[in-house]
Design a protein around this ligand. Sequence first.
Ligand code: GLN
Length: 487
Amino acid sequence: MVDPYRLTVPEIIAKIDNRELTAEECLSSFLTRIRKIDGKINAFITINHEAAFQRAKNIDKKVRNGERVGTLRGVCIAIKDNICTKGIPTTCSSKMLEHFIPNYNAYVIDKLLEEDAIIIGKTNMDEFAMGSTTENSFFGPTKNPWNLSYVPGGSSGGSAAAVSSCESVLSIGSDTGGSVRSPASFCSIVGLKPTYGVVSRYGLIAYANSLEQIGPMARNVKDLALLFNTMIGHDSMDSTSTSTPYSDYSTFLVDDITDFKLGVPKEFFGEGVDERVAKTVWKGIDKLEALGATCEETSLSTVKYALSAYYLIAMSEASSNLARYDGIRYGYSENSKSENWNNFVSRNRGRGFGSEVKRRIILGTYALSAGYYDKYYIKSLQVRTKIRQEFIKTFNQFDVLIGPTMPIPPFKIGEKIEDPLALYMSDILTVPVNLVGCPAISIPCGFVNNLPIGMQMISPPLREDLLLKASYSFEQNSNLKDRGPKI
Ligand code: GLN
């Protein structure tokens, strides 16, 4: 029999239903796998050992008694460590929240539990989701399962590495400027950034509220769609929450993309995009054309301003969101007998935050300060509007826009860590989508020197159905489906 940790979601469910496998056996298989390999990968910060077994036993009991069971019964899922899980540490990979245990669940967590998924653990990330490599973690970097000397992308690198190496069936990450898509691309899995508002942010520890969404990650499109189904829904606890037009995205998974209109913005293959990446993605686009889609070059002239606008907005929002970590209301605190407030708070923040987080708080505070607010913050909001208008106009002509997810292949751990600007640049193709609020998916599309390359597809707001359909067709007709890292 195949090891349960290699199974897909429908396979696990079928085996649980016909009593070939219990949820407990399935969970054990994953925990053994984690014990064996996670020392090398470092995808997990916390393993939810006991509570997971409790749940598995409960699910098995329900199955035995013929009671109603959820759509993800017995399926293990790994959760990025910035999503609140009641009774399970939620650290944001920061010393600041090293001992924080939430007393409530994020909306998505409650939904997953309702559907009988099993939370197997919490995954490593860049501190407060700030980064593109998962190197900025208080708990050490996550390694890319395809080559342990390479970064897995970020900031949801732990979530991607866990799924790619079969330490979990599914995972969820958060995407503020690419953090689901970047690690999905670098680890050769599927990652979706939903339309802004489609997944409640209640219980997601905020980095930049106006940009971020929680997103599903999986080894194939069908698994991803089944996970996405459980995450959507209107939530009154998130004022930006919207409803989706569909409730079951798996119905769009038919292998037929004739009549699909693909737009290829030439800027997605412009300056800074590695030739080998461009070549691999073009092959992917050719395949979609061969499958019946029409494909035309287009231009998004405003995207060249996206990176600057993104970093100004993200850092400004971060400087405000992270003000609450003062060691009094939240976070790391050092005992002191008598001291003034300023010294107390600045020492806690100075020692609790890592250097990238501090850099961003300082820059964001600067951009919001009197005299600079209009020049930087307001200006970037205006640029954001222009970019959004151009995207929406372009979508009049196309179903989906397409290009690489990351401009460069995965690189070595430590290679760029001293050069924050080079790291920011690696986000040029993912951040426009967060400024606009539309959905985007990264799907595996090939390899360069045995390192994964991802292809990004972007659709109009609320049209995740188009992304899933095109991705599914591509996946069914590519030979990458069964390829996994040897670990
Ligand atoms: N790399 C980007 C940043 O550091 C995106 C991070 C994210 O999406 N959370 O801001």
